[in-house]
Write a protein that binds this ligand. Structure first.
Ligand code: ATR
Length: 277
């Protein structure tokens, strides 16, 4: 096999990434002569690894914490969305040039469109970290009005300024929910081992009847936020769709074919998540 058909996800530590399971499923489905592996890359080793990507030793790689910002800085050819987000999750090399893109935001929207399509006039986004930046960029690119709320208000205000959004206090979520077509949790709250989201008041009760509620957390799949939304009769969208669709968009960049996100793939990853829980 040519070395150029190797792909990877890099992080430090790399923990139990589902990306190899997902990408190797598609590699097999498409009969590609390729592999996808998880590689632990310490910050000090990142420049040397990126030189390998630049030189074409890898078909490409995904990037997770803590490298998303550093790889963007190192890339000679970042795309516009990644530049705006300030981070990248997808890299590849061409003629000695390091390209960087972000598929997190488009992956989020693709997962949402798959499960709960519909116009997004106004979105209420919880959190102001890297995941929030990617999702807010994609929502704004689709023309949605975005309202942000974060535990640390200054971070929400800075993000609102950067993306033409509006920031509200965490305590004002109820009022902000009343006009939202979509509520998104971009924090890690609700993830196994972390506390659930805690609100002042009940923003879920104030959402319009057509609103959708999305969570980027996928372990567990049914977070307390989604359970509360479904109990109210709203559509709840779990974080697995974003995980699968951001992967599909990266795969397409490297291998030139858009892989399908099928119920069988979803079941494969769900089984893996259950086995780990
Ligand atoms: P990522 O890049 O993965 O999005 P991050 O930059 O650490 O991660 O951001 C995590 C988000 O979760 C932030 O919005 C953070 O709020 P702060 O900006 O106030 O830190 C939010 N978050 C984490 N723990 C929280 C908690 N216990 N309560 C409320 N928000 C929390």
């Amino acid at each position: 096999m040519s070395a150029a058909r190797r792909a990877a996800v890099i992080g430090w530590p790399i923990r139990h990434s589902r990306s190899p399971l997902i990408h190797n499923h598609w590699i097999a489905e498409h009969g590609l002569d390729a592999t996808y592996e998880a590689v632990a890359v310490a910050p000090a080793d990142l420049p040397a690894f990126l030189d390998e990507v630049r030189a074409g030793a890898w078909a490409g790689c995904n990037v997770t914490a803590p490298h998303k910002e550093a790889v963007l800085e190192a890339a000679e050819a970042p795309d516009e969305a990644a530049t705006h987000v300030g981070g990248a999750n997808t890299l590849w090399g061409e003629g000695g040039v390091l390209h960087a893109a972000t598929t997190d935001g488009p992956g989020f929207l693709a997962g949402l469109d798959e499960t709960a399509p519909g116009p997004i006039g106004e979105a209420l986004v919880l959190g102001a970290g890297g995941a929030a930046r990617a999702i807010v960029q994609a929502l704004r690119a689709r023309g949605a009005l975005v309202t942000l709320a974060n535990r640390t208000p200054s971070r929400a205000e800075a993000l609102a300024e950067a993306f033409g959004a509006r920031a509200v206090a965490w305590g004002d979520l109820e009022a902000a929910a009343a006009g939202a077509d979509l509520l998104v949790n971009t924090t890690s709250l609700g993830q196994a081992g972390k506390p659930p989201l805690a609100f002042a008041g009940d923003p879920i009760a104030r959402l319009p009847d057509h609103a959708r509620v999305a969570d980027i957390v996928y372990a567990p799949l049914a977070t307390e936020l989604l359970l509360a939304a479904r109990a109210r009769g709203l559509v709840g969208v779990d974080g697995l769709g974003m995980l699968l669709h951001q992967a599909a968009l990266s795969f397409e960049i490297w291998f030139g074919v858009r892989p399908r996100v099928t119920p069988a793939l979803r079941a494969l990853v769900e089984d893996d998540l259950l086995a780990a829980s």
